[in-house]
Design a protein around this ligand. Structure first.
Ligand code: DAT
Ligand code: MG
Length: 139
């Protein structure tokens, strides 16, 4: 059972002023924030982060969107973190996201969908290390 996952509050939700409400929903659900920062991805770093999707038709749109404004990146700790966080954020397309999930509440559409959540323990580690040096993770 994983203990950590990685998340980003995406540019749409940051621009809309939802950082505080989203972090509150995350911590109320039992996740502990062990690393946190506001930053803006370049085209190059957004492209590298989402390289797994580079053959998908929406890749350039995704890179443009993710580098369009600041994001908030965080590492979250909880028992069963990866799966529980995917449940908390809801489906990729907010039209399919369960009521009360972060994407149901704050996402605009399938592309601008408010938050990222790692999809496996392995990717949680890779994504966390992409964004945070070990000395900036507080356990
Ligand atoms: P998730 O973020 O739920 O893990 P994913 O890994 O399949 O979803 O896709 C990564 C991101 O790419 C997603 O959060 C938003 C964007 N995306 C996915 N499908 C899309 C589509 N059909 N059109 C536009 N953007 C899409
Ligand atoms: Mg994904």
């Amino acid at each position: 059972m994983s203990k950590r996952t990685f998340t980003m509050i995406k540019p749409d939700a940051v621009k809309a002023g939802h950082i505080g409400k989203i972090l509150e929903q995350i911590t109320s659900a039992g996740f502990r924030i062990v690393a946190l920062k506001m930053t803006q991805l370049s085209q190059s770093t957004a492209g590298a982060f989402y390289a797994v999707h580079r053959e998908r038709p929406f890749y350039q749109e995704l890179v443009d969107f993710m580098s369009s404004g600041p994001i908030v990146a965080a590492i979250l700790e909880k028992e069963n973190a990866v799966d529980d966080f995917r449940t908390l954020i809801g489906a990729t397309n907010p039209a399919d996201a369960a009521p009360g999930t972060i994407r149901a509440l704050y996402a605009k559409n399938v592309g601008e969908n408010a938050v990222h959540g790692s999809d496996s323990d392995e990717n949680a580690v890779i994504e966390s290390q992409f964004h945070f040096a070990g000395c900036d993770v507080y356990s």
